[in-house]
Design a protein around this ligand. Structure first.
Ligand SMILES: [Zn+2]
Length: 280
């Protein structure tokens, strides 16, 4: 089987916050990248042990989250920055893949008990797809579903794993940390949100990797035995997408953007946003 593996930096064991760990100006940015690379390699090892033919790793963290020189020798790497409005090919995803997995995936903005929760960026309060809240995992899971690619594995924080199982009930998940911030922070500005949701209880990086290796192998074995495992149905069209931004420093409500497409989720992602309301 051909495996596409999406990665993100925030929900890796040991990664503490956004400013010092996930941005190039942060003191521990390279440490965080090393931690993600090792978790990624653990997943690659698990998939290969289960017989994967090809594992393509996408560096999904905007600033870059992986150390290419430390990547598993048998993995291929997709790097950004990703072209705007070129889903899914700009991310190297297509229908030659059988399954998709995630490493380091955090929960959507506003999730109580999540660690470093956000959706795309800390400026976003909420994204919705046909009226239901949509996180980063769901965005790729629906895109993959439209290509016939099944969602079989996710590691990240406990809230991120729960979000994945709510969308794809039989997905294999591995939690590597538990956020301890129970305030969803819906009233925070972008600047406040960027420094919030940092409290967490982490597994040791070694334990996280062991569990990820085991979980990825189990996921791919299950997917090979059961052709329905990880299958996600798209809701009936037409499709609508809305993005609500956080309030600004002066307390004005954030802008709202929306778009629609008659019959394709990928088409919806590639449709330019229309300003829906100015906020304020
Ligand atoms: Zn993210």
């Amino acid at each position: 089987m051909n495996v596409y593996l999406m990665t993100d930096l925030e929900a890796v064991a040991g990664v503490k916050d956004s400013l010092q760990w996930c941005l190039p100006t942060g003191r521990y940015y390279d440490t965080a990248k090393g931690l993600l690379t090792e978790e990624t390699n653990a997943a690659v090892e698990g998939f290969l042990a289960a017989g994967a033919r090809r594992v393509v790793v996408c560096d999904g963290h905007g600033w870059g989250g992986l150390l290419p020189e430390k990547l598993h020798p048998q993995a291929e790497l997709i790097t950004g920055p990703y072209p705007h409005l070129v889903y899914p090919h700009g991310f190297g995803l297509d229908d030659t893949f059988d399954v998709i997995g995630w490493v380091g995936q955090h929960a959507m903005a506003g999730t109580p008990g999540g660690h470093l929760t956000h959706t795309g960026s800390f400026s976003v309060l909420e994204m919705t797809f046909n009226g239901s809240p949509l996180g980063e995992m769901a965005e790729f899971a629906y895109m993959a579903a439209e290509l016939g690619v099944r969602s079989i594995f996710l590691s990240g924080d406990q809230a991120g794993c729960k979000e994945a199982r709510e969308l794809v009930p039989d997905i294999e998940t591995v939690s590597v940390k538990e956020g301890l911030s129970w305030n969803p922070g819906l009233d925070l500005t972008e600047e406040e949100a960027e420094t919030a949701f940092t409290a967490a209880r982490h597994l040791s990086p070694q334990m996280a990797r062991d569990r990820i290796r085991e979980g990825a192998e189990k996921a791919l074995r299950r997917a090979q035995e059961d052709p329905a495992m990880g299958k996600l149905e798209l809701p009936p069209p037409p499709y609508t997408f809305q993005t609500v931004f956080r309030r600004d420093k002066d307390g004005n409500a954030g802008r709202v953007y929306s778009r629609s497409h008659p019959d394709s989720f990928i088409g919806l992602l590639n449709t330019p946003d229309q300003l829906h309301s100015l906020g304020g």
